[in-house]
Design a protein around this ligand. Sequence first.
Ligand code: 3H9
Length: 714
Amino acid sequence: MSTLVKYECLQGVALIAINNPPVNALSHGVRNGLLDSIRRFEDDEGAQIAVLYGTGRLFISGADISEFGQSPQPPHLPDVILQIERCDKPIVAAIHGVALGGGLEVAMGAHYRVAHGQAKLGMPEVKLGLIPGAGGTQRLPRLVGVDNALKLITGGNPIDASDALQMGLIDRIATDEDVSVAGIAFAREIVLGMGPGSRVTTQPGERSQSTEVLPRRTGDMSVEPASESAMKEWRKTLTASARGEIASLVALDAIEASTTLSFAQGLQEERRLFSILMDSPERAGLIHAFFAERKVAKLAEISNVKGKDIAHIGVIGGGTMGAGIATTALLGGYTVTLIEKDTPAATAARSAIENNLDGAVKRGKLDIALRHQLEKIRLVTSTHYHSLADADLIIEAVFEDMDIKKQVFQAMDAAAKPDAILATNTSYLDINEIAACTNRPESVLGLHFFSPAHVMKLLEVVVADKTSPELIATGFSLARRLGKIAVRAGVCDGFIGNRLLTHYRTAADHMVLDGASPYQVDKALTDYGFAMGPYAVADLAGLDIGYAARQRRTPFRHPRERHPGWADDLYHEGRLGRKTGKGYYLYSAGSSRGAEDPHVEELVAQTRHEAGITPRAFSDEEIVTRYLCAMINEAARLLDDGIATRPSDIDVVLLFGYGYPRRKGGPMHTADQLGLPAVLRNIQLFAQDDDFFWQSAPLLEQLVAQDRNFNSLN
Ligand code: 3H9
């Protein structure tokens, strides 16, 4: 008997408890245990009804995702669920925490469902590039109707117990804290002919004999087909929002099959579609992203370290970044003091924060009453550093200039209490140099937020030479509370994300110099799946940012570095991107979609002419290959330099901060999929034209020589 599933019988009720921490995933052992328990229940003459529940904090999180990609071991989940459904005595699923994916499929295979009021139920498979593969696409429409099933399965988002009750997914919301107790009570009612089971076996008020209680099988129910026009509309909407992902459209096919085929045929069709997706690169990329996201906080240096308690956060600077950081801190429940240089600037910062909070209310992320409380009670704006005397953490977000940052840090150091943490939001600058100008370098770290800071999920926790492990742990716990994903980065120009961005943007600039148009580059990359191309990104960030970075690097520029002269021309013409309505693109008022501008092409042509370059054509494929190879090559150097802990951390940075298509898993996963020998061959090929930029990274060469991939370093 499996230890992962426990069976016992108490006064006629069989209790089947799944105990597979941390999330009761349906691993091979759990499937075996479930099958054994169901068979035992069938044979157990003393048991009239069974209650199936999960121990720990949730019911079942779904199939064991770590088994995907390996050859599946029987018993397969669909068969286990059929065994549950076909059992000739009723089974009640008692749900608490979450019932997701295969977990909800198990519950739908059971004959009744009771859920705790706080429980969430959902089918998130499309987020992993899959569809429900254990009967979910066939049973859900039978229980809740085609439209609800489409919403749940193609959207992938869970619903709460009250919505589940309303749509008929569950039979009752449990009032007991302990859902197994509620499940037993419900089971007893059914046995006594008082519960919903009595509809099946007895007349109202009549008591059924235990042996007469029949299971209510979802698979026996019929489905009301949706109209042809409704299905057409669904297909249109899903095609428009798919952004190259296929799973939600395949889910639509599977759900449609539930309306045209018998239950048994529908299950077969679902299995066929599920298997196709299981073998897809999209599934591999999305599951890589799932695990990469969870691995990122696992760091040996903080495994036994507790972060400092933070209640009050100071923010220096109320520009877009500072106001965004203050907003996210307020939303995270912190008290915030924001410092600006004068009263008008402080007032402007407050109103920017108010706007951000209003936006959060509009997006349903913040309750309106709480919004006022946050802004009136939790937020102080001031022009005096002494207002920071009580802050536990102070985050500097002023102009990106080393001298200014140093002055600010000295003022922060003087005003802050002795055990306060001082953080910089710099995107590129040397944090060791900043820390050295304070009397507490061990209490200085980088917290690199991404704009808009109250929306973007990524936070680079930048560790300087003297940063203590306690501070690193604090950075990670802060991120958790802010609902962000923290990635550890070392100090270098640009840390992980911006160092890579600089490099792959340079590759893009070289292609433009050699004949591609910035618009073709952007389009090739968005067609590949990036949220934006590099030139649309430049417009969003502001062309002054890129200009300042180029200026800063001018003294160190190698004579062989090629220069995108047109980018400086745009800056000098005052085209700073979206904020001035003109950059690479032209923006009409209030629009974030820019139009192409022939003037930009003229400036580019002028630069080419001055450099004596005869433009050549680039295919979209070459654009994507060069862009990715530049990214991967620099990422390999970054790993070699110890700036990133492991390849999957780099994937997380690009996925959450730089619009890398999630279905491709991140650049390091993509590199493994392409094959490192192919990546290296491309780099060597490109080096034939420019052996200064395209120097292959030693780590990449080493991995190829050893026949290893990036994943072997994870
Ligand atoms: C499916 O069901 C397919 C079927 O239709 C058909 C099959 C034939 N498997 O997220 P956390 C690990 S597809 C294996 O930090 P939380 C996770 O990696 C599945 N491992 O906790 C982590 O490990 P570690 C559909 C899993 O409290 C640990 O558990 N289901 C799984 O923030 C804690 O995870 C889903 O897509 C899993 N299914 O959130 C649900 N789930 O400690 C995916 C988690 O070593 N899971 N782990 O880093 C979730 O959404 C969240 O984990 C959950 C808990 C909400 C459950």
